[in-house]
Design a protein around this ligand. Structure first.
Ligand code: CU
Length: 730
């Protein structure tokens, strides 16, 4: 008995070890990719195939989900971005352009993109009509920004002007790469690195912009290069050489100043900082989550027409990548649920600027007040999205065709994805047992949406930009943050050693690492065109009413009162929880059958306001954060909330400056600017890479439709859904 018990125990132990080995193997070596879920209904359930919707099948056959070849693409819509071939032509026109100082070679190009035709032309344009093509070029010559308008139909430079506002255009990719090499030419820098016990071969650097702080650093483009140790880790951001800041003249490629004040601060250790899957030495302590994805046995329901026009359910819009804005949505129209009429909602929407001030006045930190769109370009900092992880199965991927400083085009592939999302949510529902003569009612509709996404890696930080379209007419605009914190080295390894909490500019997030408190603000340009160009902005203010004593048991109630904004000052909105309003953009000329003006409202989600002093230099530049909402009359030169030139600018060409004119905005073509904000007080979970944090705002129909536009939408039925089996690819 004893013998058989011990052999049973032995067998159990061997079995357990074998099982452990297999689990480890399966974790280290994931399932081969040639195994997949077959949801076609083929095989074990052939009868399900008959249930396929023939209409959708034939629609799919017409869908051009094959990506066009970016090298051969031709423009097919007036808002299509410049093609690869067009950029080559612009480059060739500029190479022979005669202007003092522009020879023998054209000066470095900092921006080259489509000069969109006038709105009136675009709105009147029909497929088959001619498409005028012009390029807007910003070049930098002897510290002066020049703007040129190149006509591709006549092969000539049509307009050439010097930009007089302060600041410089976006850094080029060549600028960014070149400046990080400059510190390595300095003996002082090299000595500081080796004095900290590090090898130069392990030093990786980034090129933070300097902001603007008065005349000392004016008159030349500079970058404040900072470095970290990548010894044994890909995450050098968590191992800063604190206090070592190399100020580099970008154009001369030489060092202006080296500040070296942190030699006594230890370099934080590299252990546990690497975030790559391949660098992990053990699995996460949790029960395994099985592979998961959304199956679409009939394929996606959206179409991409002519390379850039997205059609899905009741939505239609133009979608493109942009070197500065990242992603641009244009001419978004929603079909009327009653009449089928396509109705205009948004002429153009995109992230117009970011503002990321860090809250640390130290010498190595005060200037960290980034404006990433205007300083670097959101699109310029995108990488190809990762299928199955950045975007789900059945996504369509779109390229960006961008321009390097020598005017040559290059393709940034797969930087936008479009996909349908079903997250198990509900579009509308009701259950009821109190209806006479009717059995129990249980009605619910699944919420399926369409998402257009891009993601940018701005040095350490990652921003994910989503536009999500719902069939009930709502557009959700979401920004998600991930990537690495910008951290500060410290001798501290435990909070018990903190002598002066006031001296800390953020919490300790790891040994020798402070996560400095900071904000993120993302401003959206939203050219709303509700049913036509001329709209009004209406503040629907909730006001407390006090009742007459003795007339009702109630003492108070709320009333919604409408205030139509006459001028820009009426539409500068600071959000207040205890003084609430709704913010409507309406078309006063188009009324619903009940007489309400058709409209959309902007619905803020979780957000944050800037608390910096209004006269603080970064706040002057990022003054678009002084209000959460602004409304301006449409003006094609006012596109970027932080100004056309942002790099080292003094904030003299911003939304706040334009809006000071207090122009009339009632019943006019208006643009709404909304700023989404985050206060970020870092915590240990943000180390070594941050779990994604998201926030959003909605554009939601208000009296736009006659009734719930998806009343007649069909529910899901079991018989229509796939039956999936695990099978192997040949
Ligand atoms: Cu942050």
């Amino acid at each position: 008995m004893q013998t058989s018990t011990s052999s049973f125990l032995r067998l159990s132990i061997i079995f357990f070890i074998a099982l452990l080995f297999l689990i480890t193997l399966s974790w280290r070596f994931p399932t081969k990719s040639n195994q997949f879920l077959d949801c076609s209904g083929a095989g074990s359930k052939p009868s399900l195939r008959r249930l396929h919707d023939k209409r959708l099948e034939s629609e799919r056959a017409k869908t051009q989900l094959t990506k066009p070849d970016p090298l051969k693409e031709t423009p097919r819509h007036p808002l299509d971005p410049l093609t690869y071939q067009e950029i080559l032509r612009v480059s060739s026109i500029l190479s022979t352009y005669s202007y003092p100082g522009f020879h023998p070679s054209f000066p470095p190009i900092h921006s080259l993109s489509l000069y969109e035709p006038d709105k009136s032309f675009v709105l009147g344009w029909k497929k088959g009509h001619p498409i005028p093509r012009k390029a807007s070029v910003i070049a930098l010559h002897s510290g002066q920004a020049h703007e040129l308008l190149v006509d591709l139909d006549s092969d000539c430079v049509e307009v050439h002007s010097v930009i007089h506002s302060s600041g410089y255009p976006m850094l080029t990719m060549e600028d960014i790469l070149a400046v990080t090499r400059v510190p390595f030419t300095s003996a002082e820098f090299k000595e500081s690195v080796t004095a900290r016990g590090l090898s130069l071969a392990d030093i990786s650097c980034i090129s933070p912009s300097p902001g603007w702080y008065g005349p000392d650093e004016e008159g030349r483009r500079i970058v404040k290069v900072q470095c970290g140790s990548s010894e044994g880790t890909a995450n050098f951001y968590m191992r800063p050489l604190e206090g070592l800041v190399v100020t580099v003249d970008v154009d001369r490629q030489e060092i202006v100043k080296i500040t070296d004040e942190g030699r006594g601060i230890p370099i934080p250790g590299g252990t546990g900082t690497d975030y790559r899957y391949s660098a992990q030495d053990r699995p996460v302590e949790m029960d395994p989550v099985n592979p998961i994805s959304m199956e679409q046995p009939k394929g996606p329901s959206f179409k991409i027409e002519d390379g850039h026009t997205v059609r899905w359910a009741n939505w239609r819009f133009h979608l493109k990548a942009d070197q500065r804005a990242g992603i641009i949505i244009s001419q978004a129209t929603v079909r009327d649920s009653e009449t089928g009429e396509p109705r205009s909602v948004l002429y153009k929407g995109y992230p117009s600027e970011l503002f990321v001030p860090y809250m640390d006045p130290d010498d190595g930190w005060y200037y960290k007040t980034y404006m990433d769109a205007g300083e670097y370009g959101i699109g310029a900092l995108t990488f190809s999205l990762v299928p199955l992880n950045d975007c789900p199965r059945h996504s369509y991927y779109m390229d960006g065709v961008f321009v390097s400083s020598d005017g040559k085009p290059f393709v940034q592939s797969n930087i936008i994805c479009v996909f349908e999302r079903y997250a198990g949510d509900i579009s509308w529902r009701h259950s009821d047992s109190s209806v006479k003569g009717v059995e129990l009612i249980r009605e619910a509709r699944p919420k399926v949406t369409l998402v257009a996404r891009t993601a940018a890696s701005v040095g350490n930080y990652d921003y994910i930009f989503d536009w999500e379209f719902q069939t009930d007419g709502l557009i959700r605009v979401e920004v998600s943050l991930s990537g690495m914190l910008m951290v500060k080295g410290t001798p501290l390894t435990n909070t018990k050693d903190v002598q002066q909490e006031d001296a800390m500019t953020g919490p300790l997030v790891s040994e020798n690492v402070i996560g400095v408190v900071h904000d993120h603000f993302i401003n959206y340009y939203l050219d709303m065109d509700i049913d036509d160009l001329n709209n009004s902005f209406v503040k629907v203010h909730l006001e407390k009413q006090e009742t007459e004593p003795g007339t009702t048991p109630r003492k108070s109630y709320l009333k919604a009162k409408r205030y139509v904004a006459k001028t820009e000052n009426d539409a500068k909105i600071k959000l207040k929880l205890y003084d609430p309003s709704e913010f409507h953009v309406v078309n006063p000329s188009r009324k619903s059958r009940l007489g309400n003006p058709t409209g959309y409202k902007v619905v803020p989600g979780g957000t944050a306001a800037s608390l910096l002093d209004l006269q603080d230099p970064p706040q002057i530049r990022g003054a678009f954060t002084n209000n959460q909402i602004w409304v301006t009359p449409y003006n094609r030169t006012e596109q970027w909330a932080g100004g056309l030139l942002v790099y080292q600018s003094r904030g003299d060409d911003t939304l706040a400056v334009w809006s000071n004119r207090d122009r009339p905005i009632e019943n006019k073509d208006i643009v709404l600017w909304y700023t989404l904000g985050f206060h970020h007080i870092p915590c240990q979970e943000d180390f070594p890479i941050m779990p994604t944090v998201s926030s959003s705002f909605d554009l939601k129909p208000v009296n736009f439709f006659e009734r719930n536009p998806i009343l007649r939408a069909a529910p899901n039925f079991d018989k229509d859904l796939p039956f999936c089996t695990l099978s192997n690819l040949p």
